[in-house]
Design a protein around this ligand. Structure first.
Ligand code: GLN
Length: 486
């Protein structure tokens, strides 16, 4: 057992009695204490409650419980409400907010006996692609501390890549699981919209937000995903299904892929072929595994980034109107009037990027501009979705890059908002269409990890995980660690 052991390996170790969950959890806490100062990937470390949960898991195991997830340590992105624990969403606005209840993802994982060791750093309200928008400071990429880990789930990605935890939850509105997974050399699954409950997950853009696992391999992603997913009556957009394969996966792991697939390469994603040699290696490997590659077209891809930033900002502007200094979080000192209370609490509580989104979102929703921006963006969203439907009449899954560049330097893009938004080029189309996608490590560029993205039709997570597991069974990109020479 070492810091890069997988959840599955730890589970087997617990079963054999090699160590207890308390010992395992303590080892995780020690590593986090030691590494967090340099990486800044945790906002809160919950040593006491983690050790108490671990002791309870040991007790249950001693009394015969066989659940594979019982007693496994992991971390939550600090966007999930955790009862009695600080829940900040990376914002000054919520820097004093102790959640009064658990998000469904949090209660699902606790019910499976998993042990949360803490809450990870993130871009404020999940808005960003570099984790530089956190009130709690930037996170360092474990591969190069001068560089960003990606965002918004940058703390989770860095913690997993550095071996502080084997799994962490993330959320993805336009790429926030997949892009940091790619930039940190780990595996991240963004599920189908509606698959994982949004209840208690602090809202950014409600028609896009979706939670998923960030782990070092597909097997662990499948394990965590199967625990996180499921119908939840408390989320009105939750899908009323719980596929049988989810429970089978928890018990036995991912079922082997039993047929060759047709994999589509969207030509629009490969038009900038400057540094795509790492994807060529992945293509060759997939062909060697017996899969057929064909070219497809997603003609409205170009519009995806502008459409996403119109819609996500519009939804953010309404979601974030609840932070008015009255009910949640930061309140200004000595307000002179109700208006003053609202204005100063919001002025002081929100960071610059969040304010930018609220302003643009409010603008595109206002009378006179609604038709030209919001409505038009909704129409194009439909076209983007139809592009995918069309492609999936010909192919089983799609293959694409996850991010246009490897991890960039801190401060490199902070003044160039459009360049920062362009980071999401390959991830937002899937989000707009509500489809599942997984990012997995597949090579290096300038010594930094790169990811590839596999995209499936709605509710096709099993196929994605099967293909990812098959690929990882034959390659070792997911086993490369920061500090190894690339
Ligand atoms: N980078 C994108 C944004 O800033 C996506 C963020 C996310 O998925 N939460 O909106």
């Amino acid at each position: 057992m070492n810091e890069f052991s997988s959840l599955r390996e730890m589970s087997a170790g617990l079963d054999r009695g090699d160590f207890s969950s308390v010992e395992l959890t303590q080892a995780h806490l020690d590593r986090i204490q030691q590494a967090n100062a340099a990486l800044n990937c945790f906002i809160t470390i919950n040593a006491d409650s983690a050790l108490a949960a671990a002791a309870q898991a040991d007790d249950q195991r001693a009394r015969g419980s066989k659940s594979p997830t019982l007693g496994l340590p992991f971390a939550h992105k600090d966007i999930f409400c955790t009862q009695g624990v600080l829940t900040t969403a990376g914002s000054k606005m919520l820097s004093n907010f102790v959640a009064p209840y658990d998000a469904t993802v949090v209660s699902n994982m606790a019910a499976a006996g998993m042990v949360s060791v803490g809450k990870t750093n993130m871009d404020e309200f999940a808005m960003g692609s570099s984790n530089e928008n956190s009130f709690f400071g930037p996170v360092s990429n474990p591969w190069d501390h001068e560089r960003v880990p990606g965002g918004s789930s940058g703390g989770s990605a860095a913690a997993v890549a550095a071996g502080l935890v084997a799994g962490a939850t993330g959320t993805d509105t336009g790429g926030s699981i997949r892009q940091p997974a790619a930039l940190c050399g780990i595996t991240g699954l963004k599920p189908t919209y509606g698959r994982v409950s949004r209840y208690g997950m602090i809202a950014f853009a409600s028609s896009l937000d979706q939670a998923g696992p960030m782990t070092r391999d597909a097997e662990d992603a499948a394990l965590m995903f199967s625990v996180m997913a499921g119908f939840d009556p408390k989320d009105s957009t939750s899908a009323e299904r719980r596929d049988a394969w989810l429970d089978a996966t928890i018990a036995n792991g991912i079922a082997a892929l039993d047929r060759p697939l047709t994999i589509g390469l969207p030509s629009e994603y490969f038009s900038d072929n400057s540094n795509l040699s790492y994807i060529d290696i992945a293509k060759t490997e997939l062909q060697r595994l017996g899969h057929k590659l064909v070219e497809v077209s997603l003609p409205h891809t170009q519009a995806a980034v502008p459409v996403y930033y119109v819609l996500a900002s519009a939804e953010a502007s309404t979601n974030l109107s609840r932070y008015d200094g009255v009910r949640f979080g930061h309140r200004c000192n000595d307000p002179q009037s109700l208006q003053d209370l609202y204005e100063r609490s919001r002025e002081e509580g929100f960071g610059e990027e969040v304010k930018r989104r609220i302003l643009t979102g409010t603008y595109t929703l206002s009378v006179g501009y609604f038709d030209a921006y919001y409505l038009k963006a909704q129409k194009i969203r439909r076209l983007i979705s139809e592009d995918f439907q069309q492609a999936f009449t010909k192919v089983d899954v799609l293959l694409a890059p996850t991010s246009p560049t490897p991890a960039f330097k801190k401060n490199q893009l902070t003044d160039d908002h459009v360049a920062m938004y362009q980071q999401d080029l390959y991830t937002v189309p899937t989000s707009l269409a509500g489809l599942p996608a997984i990012s997995l490590p597949c090579g290096f560029c300038d010594g930094l990890p790169m990811g590839m993205q596999l995209i499936a039709p709605a509710f096709g997570e099993e196929l994605l995980l099967q293909l990812a597991a098959q690929y990882q069974g034959q390659t070792d990109w997911h086993l490369r660690r920061p500090g190894d020479s690339a």
